[in-house]
Design a protein around this ligand. Structure first.
Ligand SMILES: [Zn+2]
Length: 483
């Protein structure tokens, strides 16, 4: 979609639709005089009050636009970026429902360019790759958005928001794709295509992983016909700084549960189990594209957790690159194994000063927090503060959970540690397990099993893959760059 800011409303060309935002009031008020008899009658009737997310569609005669969408923004004193995101998502959906491609927008009197445009950009998405006959029913994507009543100086910010939204869509596409298409190999291919002057991509294939002793990742991937790999994407935007952030994302391209086979209901969404890996790779790509002044490396361990004669075994012990041995008490707790190995590899070779890992880890976190909130576990107040601040500005919700000393439950009789320790406090025990591989580096763990893949559309997120966490990580990296 091409987005342009125009100063000349009167000289505008024809378009499919004009979005006219209104704040809620006794009689809805818009700062721009675009009223026509049709609008006056609607407002006078009291049928449209400007309530948050309310829309009304009009077909006035003698206008440049075929349709008007009146959009309610709610009460002005309650407005914030997230409310704007949701309201403008409603307007975008109203436009989609009429298959409008060329949109005019009157920018409202508000302080968040970000809220308005993210609401539109994040909604302007359709996953159609796997459609056949029903392709015609899919949302039509916008081709052109012309914005009025906005200073031209915001064009750069809009371009950046659009690039970020494109990266979110890229993650959604990978999450929504068939697991037999989005394989570890496909991840390697996508990562190689990301390489630019400032972004160095390194691939460790299975042979190299075995040689380096990354035994947990190799074990998890050994049952699949697709070989596991570890992808490193390194960007040094602050060469003089000693700070180096490690972002590690879970990349299980399909999770059957392994020999501890999942029941069908739980397996249904498991092509999404690679969302974390897609997110960290996209984050570093964007950091490089934006030239953020940070040193950051994404590590994406990718593997399929398949069931078969070569699957890794229950009760067996496998060795991590850190040297720690792990007794497998449940083959479905594989995400923590590959994250632990990737983190240990990073700690050993890259000397990070902070680590953030994320992935779709546990069903327990969805029980605790639902589909709209991820769990945050961290031993660093500084990282917690910045992630919570990034969460507030992006609307990507995280809730801090405790890291209580339940480590005893992960005790193994024959190895250094077991990979699970009972069902209770399952998400926390997963975090405690991973913490054992961080080498004392300040660290945070985000369990995004809820928001990474959702069962029905919610605001600007479509059903299934959401691309959750990318905007959070970018804002987090921006905060680090400001230090
Ligand atoms: Zn699993």
């Amino acid at each position: 979609m091409k987005v342009v800011i125009s100063q000349d409303f009167d000289a505008r060309k024809r378009a499919d639709l004009l979005i006219v935002p209104y704040w809620e009031g006794p009689k809805a008020a818009s700062q721009t005089e675009v009223r026509s008899p049709g609008i006056s009658a609607l407002l006078d009737s009291g049928d449209f009050k400007g309530k948050h997310g309310e829309t009304a569609l009009l077909y006035p005669e003698e206008r440049q636009e075929t349709r008007l969408v009146l959009l309610g923004l709610g009460k002005k004193n309650e407005s914030d970026p997230e409310r704007l995101r949701r309201a403008f998502s409603a307007a975008a959906k109203a436009a989609q429902s009429k298959k409008a491609k060329d949109i005019h927008l009157l920018f409202p009197e508000c302080h968040s360019v970000r809220g308005v445009f993210e609401g539109i950009f994040l909604t302007d998405y359709a996953y159609t790759e796997l459609k056949g006959d029903s392709l015609k029913d899919s949302p039509v994507l916008f081709e052109r958005l012309t914005v009025f009543d906005l200073d031209k100086k915001f064009q750069n910010e809009i371009d950046r928001l659009q690039e970020t939204a494109s990266a979110v869509h890229f993650i959604r596409d990978l999450v929504n794709g068939n697991a037999d298409d989005v394989t570890p190999e496909r991840f390697v291919k996508e990562a190689k295509a990301m390489a630019t002057k400032g972004l160095q991509i390194t691939i460790l294939d299975r042979k190299r992983l075995e040689k380096e002793g990354v035994g947990l990742l190799v074990a998890v991937g050994q049952g699949a016909r697709y070989e596991p790999a570890m992808i490193l994407a390194e960007y040094k935007g602050a060469p003089k700084s000693k700070e180096h952030i490690l972002l590690v994302g879970k990349g299980i391209t399909f999770d059957t549960g392994g020999l501890c086979l999942k029941p069908p209901d739980n397996m249904l969404s498991m092509k999404s189990d690679m969302a974390g890996a897609a997110t960290v790779l996209a984050a570093v790509k964007l950091a490089a594209a934006f030239g953020l002044k940070v040193n950051v490396t994404a590590i994406a361990p990718v593997a399929e957790n398949a069931i078969g004669s070569r699957s890794y075994k229950l009760g067996d012990v496998y060795r991590s690159v850190s040297g720690k041995t792990v007794e497998i008490m449940n083959t479905d707790a594989e995400g923590r194994l590959i994250l632990a190995d990737a983190i240990a590899y990073g700690v050993k070779h890259l000397r990070p000063t902070s680590i953030v890992d994320l992935g779709t880890l546990t069903g327990a976190i969805v029980i605790a927090l639902g589909e709209e909130i991820s769990g945050l576990f961290t031993n660093s107040e500084a990282i917690a503060k910045d992630l919570q601040s990034a969460s507030a500005s992006t609307g990507e919700n995280i809730w801090r959970m405790p890291l209580f000393d339940y480590k005893e439950s992960l005790r193994s009789d024959i190895a250094d540690i077991a990979n699970v320790g009972g069902r209770d406090a399952g998400s926390m025990k997963c975090a405690l397990f991973i913490q054992e591989f961080t080498g004392g580096v300040p660290w945070a763990h985000i369990d995004m099993a809820g928001p990474g893949f959702i069962s029905k559309p919610k605001h600007y997120n479509p059903t299934k893959g959401t691309g959750w966490g990318l905007r959070l990580l970018i804002d987090f990296l921006q905060l680090q760059a400001g230090k």
